[in-house]
Design a protein. Structure first.
Length: 99
């Protein structure tokens, strides 16, 4: 006699088991290096947008390329601002911890 409820319970138990956790691998990029790369990328995007706008002002550029460069620079700057905001939130949260 097959009991469906027992089969369902055993299936749920198999799904609930978590695979063995793997230890963190050393040698990954640290936060400071990633933050530096983010800032350098945002700076490159800002300079590229400025160059495209200058080219467009001198009637040598393309409107579409300029708008894409400006949108990319805007997104990069918003990303940097959001990372900064999240880092400040984390810092303030650490300050509120009870010792």
């Amino acid at each position: 006699m097959k009991v469906d409820a027992l089969d369902a319970l055993s299936a749920a138990a198999r799904l609930a088991r978590k695979p063995d956790a793997q230890p963190a691998q050393p040698g990954g990029a640290d936060f400071a290096a990633q933050l530096g790369e983010l800032l350098r990328g945002a700076d490159r995007d800002q300079k590229a947008a400025e160059h495209q706008a200058t080219e467009l002002a001198h009637e040598r550029g393309d409107v579409v390329e300029t708008m894409v460069a400006l949108a990319k620079a805007d997104l990069s700057l918003r990303t940097v601002a959001e990372v900064r905001n999240r880092a400040l939130e984390a810092f303030h949260e650490i300050l509120r911890l009870q010792v």
